[in-house]
Structure formats: C-alpha cells, structure tokens
Design a protein around this ligand. Structure first.
Ligand SMILES: Nc1ncnc2c1ncn2[C@@H]1O[C@H](COP(=O)(O)OP(=O)(O)O)[C@@H](O)[C@H]1O
Ligand SMILES: [Mg+2]
Length: 569
C-alpha cells in the first residue's frame, strides 16, 4: 500500500515560500488504478514527482507497505516506473530496439533469450507487436504513449507513475491508453497512477483524486464524484471548484475522508490482481554491461542519422583538402647561410635581407598551415560533442532515474567520441603529410598533437554539453569557443602582455599550434620558425601535450558533474 501522510511541498521563489502541495494525505492499495485530476497548474505533476522521489517533500511522510521511505530505504529504481510528459525514446530506433535496449540497461538478464522473452511479452502486452519494426519517429501520438508505458515495464515495477500520457490524443486513443493502464494495474498487483487534466473515462479508474491549487479536495471512487461535488456530469467539476476556496474544499473533504476511505478506497482488489504470479522486480545491471549497451546503441543511432553522417563526412574529407590548397607547392627549403666574407657591406645587407625574407615566408607558411589544421580540428571537435549530452538530456534523466550509472553513460560517450577523434585527426595529419611535400618534423609526434587538440576540444564541448540545459545553449557556447580559438591564441594578433598567458591557457588551438611548430623546429627550419614566432613564445612540445591532457581531463570532469546533476527542465 502506498500512503501519503500530510505531504507538503514548498519552493523558494524570490525569498518567498510558495506551497505547491499542501497537506496531501491519501492511501492507495496494491493493484489499484488511480487518476490525479485537476485544472492546469494545480500541482498534479509536482505531486507525482514527490511520490516518485524526484521532488523531496518539505514535510510529511510517504509510506510503502508501512515502510517510511524517508527514513528507511527508498524504493529501488527498478520498483518505480515513471512515464513523463515528454517523448522518451530515440527517433532513430525501432519500437523493438527501444524496448530491448531499455531492458538491457535496466534488467540484469541471464541470457539473450531471456531478454527476447521479456521484450516480446511487453510488446504483446502493450499492443505494439505489429509495429515492432517501425521507427519511433513515425509513430502516432497514441503509439508513442504505448511505447512510453512499454519501456517502463522493462523492470516490472510495482508502482507505475504516468504524467499526462493521454493528453493530446483523440478520444478513441485516449480511451485505449486508459484501458491499457487499467490492465497494467490489474496484473502483478501493481499500483498505476495517472495524472490527467481530462475528466473523461473516469469510470475506468478505481479511484480519482481531485487536486485544486495544491490541495486534495476529493479522493474516492469515480461513481461518487458527481454526487460529492453536486454536479450532473464530471465535466462540470472544474467550474464548480471555483465556487469555494481551495482551503474550504480541503476542509470539507477532510470531514468526509474517513467515511469514503472506509467504504471504498481501501477495498482490497479482487483475486485477479495477482494472475501473473508472485511479483518479481529485477536488479540493475553492472556498470560495464550498461556501458556496452549504451555504446552499441550510440553507434546504431549514429549510422542512422543521415544528416550527422553527411556532416561528418564533409568535414572529414573537406577540411584536410582546405588545408592542402594552401601548401600545394610544397615547403621551400631554406637557403644555406650565405658566405658573406667576399661581399661589400651593401651586398651583405641585401643578402641578409633576402635570407630573412625567405625565412619569414617559410615560417609564415608553416605556422599558417599548422594553425589552420588545428583550428579545423577544434571545429570538428565541437561538432562531435556539443549536443552529445544536452541533445538527449531528458531521455538521459529518465534512464538515470531508472538506474543508469552516470559513469557508464560518460564512459560510453568517451569511447564513441574517441573513435571519431582518432579517425578525424589521423586522416587530417596523414592526408596533409602526403599532399604537402617535405613538411618538417616527425609525423608520429605531430599526429599525437593533432589527436590531442581534437580530443581536448571534443572533451571541453562534452563538458559544456553536460553542464548546459538545452542543446541550443550548448551548441552556441561551443561555436563561440571555436570562434575565439584564433584571436585568443595570440598567434595571429598580439594580445596585451599580461592578458596573453591567461587566455592562452584555455585555448586548445594554441597548444596544438605551439607543440606542432616545436616539433618542426629541426636544424633546417629552426631559424624560419624562430623568425615568425619571435614575439609569440613557442613552448616545448612536452609541455603542450600536458596542457592538452589537462584540457581533456577538465572537460570530462565537467561532463561527469554536469551529467550527475538533475536537469529535468
Ligand atoms: N520549480 C518550480 N518553480 C516555480 N514554480 C513551479 C515549479 N514547479 C512547478 N511550479 C508551479 O507550480 C504549479 C503546479 O505545477 P504542476 O505541478 O506542473 O501543475 P500541473 O501538472 O497540475 O499542471 C504551477 O503553477 C507551476 O508554475
Ligand atoms: Mg503537469
């Protein structure tokens, strides 16, 4: 039995305490199907989230079979199913794949056969068997709600909380979904709570809770509701509510509560309630198992997202070509130091100027090529990860609530992104190497720098993606960051002396550029590079590796912390 005892939920808004739920006391039996109805903004979602444990009650207690959930252990993630108002599956997956991956994330299954068994059972239960191969993006509203319920059945929860799963549907689909929830409550002795604004199909519920401005003003059987509010049809309840204040309604309900509960709500459910045998909730899979499921799913989604594939391909092959255009003639060899002894002073000066001009040209070409290469890699990096977490935030919150480990989630992102980063950077390095003859410096070291620059930007943008609330914010910030790489590196325009070391520290492109040029500084080219970088200090490549590694670590830490925080809105 689920019981709420004088539950209040208050929030602080501009130093003012606002009570969103006031003294809600209700009792709900196993196998019971309850509706929470009330006008928009009356606190239905808030109450449901308090029951789910997503909002912590300010006072009062919640009991599950007599166990105080605040004091004793909470319900485990696999015991509660929460179907939120928003869409809950990836558009690119099919119905069957969505259910299967959810089972693998939430249930410690013994074998593939067992997973398939659970999946097929759920598919037929929610009536999606015929549509099992259909993509989520083409499902109708009603079918999507079915899928939402199906996903929550993966762990076979004893408490199923649904928020507006019938809103926005046509009357026929609405009734079908209510019937489905009704069925789900009568199997396994499960409590199903449905929040809805709609007052149709009330007869299908075991009890109806009417909420009015955060107060319970009725909780009893649907057949007595019209009598209680003295209306001729349920549709007239909302207009009637305005005739008294919420406090008055609440007070009169308090007077009637005991008698209603004695006669109706506490009635044990009939024997069919347990026709699926004893209830068995499942335990959550380990971190590594979850990571594997997420990684496999990520690749599947990647290969099905045509726009993203096209963009990735365009960058992968287009960007190195752009770089190469500027170096098609190859790198000229610097002249040997001329023998100046036999020349008169004027000739000496002329020759020295020629040598310097030569060095400036070669150094400028090398520096420009490297900077362009590095900047393009940071652009790829930001495109890799800016939306990676923010773009699926609500889905991720849902999965986290159902027991997904944050470390598995971040781990799967890292492994996925690592492959993109490696392919992009290595291809960039090798293609440029072969198309521009005689680039100085060792290829392996330069490839390492390119990988690190891309990884640094990818990681930082993953951090941004984890910390920001919306994909739009995350993309915008990441693009700004790319845009600022060139000016703030100080490699092109000099910044004020005191400012440069500060901004540079955070600019991955600078460290990539600096490390790369340091590697090119072998005997033959050192003077050319020194000429061009006289006033912008080039730092030893080892130091650049270290700073880039720190960027990567910083990004990952931010991503982890951001992902750990709850962001449902
Ligand atoms: N985090 C919050 N901060 C401020 N106001 C909130 C917050 N959450 C909910 N509210 C307000 O509380 C009221 C109840 O919200 P909600 O539970 O979503 O209503 P319902 O689901 O019944 O439409 C609304 O007026 C809403 O604006
Ligand atoms: Mg709501």
């Amino acid at each position: 039995m689920l019981s709420l005892d004088k539950i209040c939920y208050t929030i602080d808004k501009e130093d003012e305490e606002i009570e969103l739920i006031s003294e809600a006391s209700i009792q709900v039996n196993q196998g019971h199907f309850m509706a929470i109805v009330g006008p928009s903004g009356c606190g239905k979602t808030t109450l449901l989230r308090v029951i789910a444990g997503l909002n912590e009650e300010s006072s009062g207690s919640i009991f599950w079979n007599g166990r105080n959930l605040a004091e004793d252990e909470d319900l485990s993630p696999s015991e509660i199913g929460y179907v939120p108002q928003f869409s809950i599956a990836f558009d690119e997956l099919s119905v069957e794949e969505s259910i299967e991956s959810t089972i693998r994330l939430r249930v410690r299954a013994r074998s593939h056969k067992e997973v398939i068994g659970i999946r097929d059972n759920i598919l037929s239960k929610v009536g999606l068997k015929e549509l099992r191969h259909r993509r989520v993006e083409v499902l109708s509203g009603g079918q999507k709600r079915r899928l939402g319920l199906a996903l929550e059945l993966a762990s076979n929860p004893i408490l199923l909380l649904c928020d507006e799963v019938t809103s926005g549907l046509d009357p026929k689909s609405e009734q079908e979904i209510v019937r489905l929830m009704h069925q789900l409550s009568h199997e396994q002795n499960r409590i199903v709570v449905n929040v809805t604004h709609s007052l149709s199909n009330l007869e299908l519920y075991d009890s109806v809770l009417v909420l009015f401005e955060g107060r319970v003003v009725y909780h009893g059987p649907p057949e007595r509701i019209t009598h209680y509010f003295s209306v001729d049809s349920a549709e007239n309840i909302y207009p009637t509510l305005t005739k008294q204040t919420p406090v008055q309604w609440h007070k009169s309900w308090e007077k009637h509560r005991a008698s209603y509960y004695k006669n109706n709500t506490l009635k044990e459910q009939p024997a069919h309630a347990t026709d699926d045998g004893p209830h068995e909730t499942s335990s959550i899979p380990g971190r590594l198992a979850q990571l594997q499921v997420l990684l496999a799913r990520r690749w599947k989604i990647f290969f099905r997202d045509r726009t993203q594939i096209f963009l990735q391909m365009a960058m992968l092959f287009g960007f190195p070509l752009l770089v190469v255009i500027f170096g098609l003639d190859g790198i000229p060899q610097p002249r040997h130091e001329p023998n100046l002894t036999s020349l008169n002073p004027i000739e000496k000066m002329g020759t020295q100027m020629e040598v310097t001009a030569d060095h400036l040209k070669i150094g400028g070409l090398l520096s420009g090529l490297v900077m362009f290469q590095v900047i393009l890699l940071t652009l790829m990096g930001s495109n890799n990860s800016a939306r990676e977490i923010a773009g699926e935030r609500l889905l991720f919150e849902k999965e986290k609530f159902a027991g997904l480990h944050v470390s598995s989630y971040i781990g799967s992102k890292v492994l996925f992104l690592l492959v993109l980063v490696a392919i992009q950077s290595i291809w960039m390095g090798i293609f440029v190497e072969f198309m521009i003859p005689s680039l100085p410096g060792e290829l392996v070291g330069r490839l390492a720098i390119l990988i690190l620059v891309n990884a640094a930007m990818t990681s930082i943008c993953l951090g941004i993606s984890g910390v920001m609330s919306t994909p739009a914010q995350a993309s915008l910030l990441s693009i700004y960051l790319v845009g600022f790489q060139l000016p703030l590196s100080g490699a092109v325009l000099a910044l004020p002396q005191w400012l440069e070391p500060i901004t540079r520290t955070f600019i991955s492109a600078y460290w990539g550029w600096s490390g790369n040029l340091d590697l090119m500084k072998d005997a033959q080219f050192s003077q050319a590079i020194n000429t061009i970088t006289e006033d912008t200090s080039i730092l030893a490549v080892g130091f650049c590796y270290t700073v880039l590694a720190l960027h990567i670590t910083g990004g990952l830490v931010a991503a982890y912390i951001g992902a750990k925080r709850h962001k449902w809105h």
